[in-house]
Design a protein around this ligand. Structure first.
Ligand code: GLU
Length: 315
């Protein structure tokens, strides 16, 4: 499927400082790429132009260089490629697979609460715990949609996931890491669990899921290596790849580095930010030790050891 050497990428959003979890992810990713003789790319996922800044982007590059992570091409900045995502969104729209969804977050919440109260059962939620979009406007007429748009109503472009799955065969992916509950090998994608996800907004013709699959294809990414928190997102991304005719990468979801409280690290937690740790005088070897990685590998054979530890190193 990929007539070229492996290509791996690290794709953080420059909307805050990298923390120990990012350090682990970047190091595992980079060392896997080097161990298998592949290319390693850095991608700035900065579609949220309100929260992403050039200063965070510089800090990301500086922190990675400090860790000894090097990339083989100039980083791709998503905000510079909106036309690529708009083209993909238009291709889906041409197949009638997206619709303008007008319910605001507050309206969704109220709808879900009313349902739960009246029906006495829980409204379905996605793997991240957010309520699925009620989809009341999924089948609105073109006339109604145009009327609301001309009135200036806010909307997002959502995928009609039920229609979408009818257009493609059952989808799977090869998981070389593991899910949060330890599944590995051939995984069956379950995109319906996400409901009608957002694929674009009024002012930005894309979303996280759409730009990831478009970029991975454009950049020839063969192996997606990232944290287990994104394991379930792969279901939707596989669906988008199939709908858009994009190649299917292999996946390796690695474990997450958790904080002392057992929770996922966050970009706002200053004490685990790489910048703060560096300022406190820690070196790259200290960071490696903190995330459970052995000392800097000298050559490919040692890097291969790191690779196999990727899914078993302690949390
Ligand atoms: N930008 C995403 C994040 O920072 C990661 C994208 C990906 O690896 O698919 O969580």
């Amino acid at each position: 499927m990929f007539p070229h050497d492996p290509v791996l990428r690290f794709a953080p959003s420059p909307n805050g400082e990298l923390h120990l979890g990012h350090a682990y992810s970047a190091l595992v990713n980079h060392e896997m790429a080097r161990a298998i003789g592949g290319k390693f790319l850095l991608r700035h996922e900065d579609i949220d132009t309100a929260r992403c800044t050039p200063a965070f982007e510089r800090q990301v590059e500086d922190d990675l260089a400090f860790l000894g992570v090097t990339w083989d091409e100039p980083p791709r900045r998503q905000s510079e490629h909106m036309h690529d995502y708009a083209a993909a969104l238009e291709a889906l729209a041409a197949e009638d697979l997206v619709y303008p969804a007008f319910m605001s977050r507050g309206e969704i919440k109220a709808h879900v609460e009313r349902f739960e109260e009246e029906e006495g059962r829980a409204w379905p939620r996605d793997p991240d715990g957010a309520p699925l979009y009620p989809g009341l406007d999924r089948h609105a007429s073109t006339k109604e949609r145009e009327k609301r748009m001309s009135e200036g109503a806010r909307f997002a472009w959502r995928l009609d996931v039920e229609r979408a799955i009818e257009m493609v065969p059952a989808l799977t992916w090869e998981e070389h890491g593991a899910s949060p509950v330890g599944e590995s090998g051939t995984i069956v994608a379950r995109p319906l669990e996400w409901g009608d996800v957002v694929l674009g907004r009024m002012d930005i013709p894309t979303s996280y899921h759409l730009s990831v699959v478009v970029d991975d294809a454009i950049q020839g990414v063969t192996d997606v290596v990232r944290g287990r928190d994104l394991f379930y997102a792969t279901s939707i991304q596989r669906l988008l790849q199939a709908l858009l005719g994009l190649p299917q990468p292999r996946h390796h979801h690695h474990e997450l580095i958790l904080g002392a409280d057992g929770r996922k690290l966050s970009k706002s937690a200053r004490d685990t930010s790489l910048r703060a740790l560096r300022e406190a005088g820690l070196g790259a070897e200290d960071i490696r030790r903190m995330v459970g990685l052995p000392g800097r590998p000298a050559g490919p054979s040692e890097a291969a050891t790191v690779r196999s530890r990727g899914s078993s190193a302690r949390r």
